[in-house]
Write a protein that binds this ligand. Structure first.
Ligand SMILES: Cc1cc2nc3c(=O)[nH]c(=O)nc-3n(C[C@H](O)[C@H](O)[C@H](O)COP(=O)(O)O)c2cc1C
Length: 192
């Protein structure tokens, strides 16, 4: 459908956004998020990382929570972003509550976004845990979900907490694919 240029199809102002959803100070998915932001920053001046440990959000109550001081700027960052990569912990065979709460609070800002997932999990058997959130993004907000995601368990991290070579490669591939899809999507989005 479109020619692959290689190295990710980013222009320098594509505004990719990485959101790290774990609230754990020793989060592994936050390491994935940092790697993705660093990779994106090589080709994109405005690659941005938002870490929910630093941007505290209220629980969505369908009312007053929408007026919390962090919600408006976060929704604006999502709305103005190109591709969005969500780094999420797997909790109870799903993404963690903070990730779902983020979507509940920012709702329509997600409309039409290209979204990719990077997960940290305790074991291999929870690998389909992002599907519930992915379905919601697809069906509620017509997001295009990148059909490749990073799934890392404890074995994918070195003793010092750094990422294995395999996960670094997969994270970089996700960044590339998200950029390619976002470019192609921006060309056809008006017609679908
Ligand atoms: C409440 C809770 C539920 C969890 N549920 C699962 C699960 O269903 N499947 C799994 O593979 N790991 C599960 N884990 C392990 C986490 O996915 C793992 O610790 C991961 O590193 C969390 O991401 P983080 O380090 O970025 O916070 C759970 C951990 C917690 C604290």
């Amino acid at each position: 459908m479109f020619a692959r240029r290689g190295g990710g199809d980013y222009n320098r102002a594509m505004n990719p956004l990485v959101i790290s959803c774990s609230l754990n100070p020793e989060s592994r998915s936050a390491v994935l998020a940092r790697r993705a932001q660093e990779t994106l920053a090589k080709t994109c001046d405005d690659a941005r990382l938002i870490d929910l440990r630093e941007t505290a959000l209220p629980m969505c109550d369908g009312g007053a929570a929408y007026r919390h001081e962090h919600v408006g700027p976060l929704a604006a960052a999502i709305s103005g972003a190109g591709p969005i990569l969500l780094a999420v912990p797997v909790y109870n065979y799903d993404t963690n509550a903070a990730a779902k709460n983020l979507i509940e609070l920012t709702g329509r800002a997600w409309t039409g976004k290209v979204v990719g997932f990077m997960c940290a999990a305790g074991g291999k058997s929870s690998y389909m845990s992002v599907m519930s959130l992915a379905n919601s993004l697809m069906l509620d907000f017509r997001c295009l979900i990148v059909p490749r995601f990073v799934y890392a368990t404890g074995d994918d991290f070195n003793e010092d907490g750094s990422l294995s070579e395999t996960i670094i490669r997969r994270t970089d591939e996700l960044c590339d694919t998200a950029g390619e899809l976002a470019r192609a999507w921006s060309e056809v989005a008006g017609s679908v």
